[in-house]
Design a protein around this ligand. Structure first.
Ligand code: E4P
Length: 221
């Protein structure tokens, strides 16, 4: 399973990269706004800065909601760097745009996916990645992980190439469950990735090993 970081924060992207496990980045207009990046030129520059840090795929989301606008925006985004993936919302014109991008060999990430039906449409249109939003489904008191399992089963049966990118990940447990449910990629905040490291028995065990080593060293001196 690939690990993407879901942020537009350059320091966090660098920190995840330094960990040696980073395969890519996803962003969205809200994450860009959170970093105070506004205006087309600044947004484009910021994508370039992200692409300069990360070799893997970087999802850049279109703002347009009509077919023509999405195509024009997607083409402009593709000019930024070779590792840009055009992120397109799961709406009627979005599906049409994904099909067009597929025809023109431009990679896409179909975002805002909340049902298996939407997942089938995106795969039929040839999306490279499909982003079901786990956390937001859980927020509605439904089970986001059940959707990942259902899509993984359908894609397996149908032989679709679209990669399931579990998004809206909130916790380390979400990452573990997404891996178990058959996700190809998880995109998560840095806190969830770092949360995977934590176990009190690791800390206690390490303390003990180091203390025993010191004791043995003192004895031999
Ligand atoms: C996915 O690509 C989205 O950027 C993201 O995962 C949404 O997460 P949120 O529900 O925590 O905003």
């Amino acid at each position: 399973m690939k690990f993407f970081i879901d942020t537009a924060n350059l320091d966090q992207i660098r920190e995840a990269k330094d960990l040696g496990i980073l395969d890519g980045v996803t962003t969205n207009p809200s994450l860009m706004a959170k970093e105070g990046i506004t205006g087309t030129n600044n947004v484009m520059k910021h994508y370039k800065a992200i692409c300069d840090i990360v070799e893997g795929d970087v999802s850049a989301e279109v703002i347009s909601t009509d077919f023509k606008g999405m195509i024009e925006e997607g083409q402009r985004l593709m000019d930024i760097a070779q590792n840009i993936v055009v992120k397109v919302p799961m709406i009627k014109d979005g599906v049409k745009a994904i099909a067009w991008f597929t025809e023109h060999e431009i990679p896409t990430n179909c975002t805002l996916v909340f049902s298996a039906g939407q997942a089938i449409l995106a795969a039929k249109a040839g999306a490279t990645y499909l982003s079901p939003f786990i956390g937001r489904i859980d927020d509605m008191n439904w089970d986001g992980m059940e959707l990942i399992k259902q899509i993984a089963e359908i894609y397996g049966i149908q032989g679709y190439d679209t990669q399931i990118l579990a998004a809206s990940i909130r916790t380390p447990l979400h990452i573990v469950q997404a891996a178990q449910a058959g996700a190809d990629v998880v995109t998560c905040p840095l806190s969830a990735i770092l949360g995977l490291l934590k176990h009190p028995l690791t800390d206690i065990g390490l303390q003990q090993f180091l203390a025993d080593h010191e004791k043995a060293k003192a004895k031999s001196n």
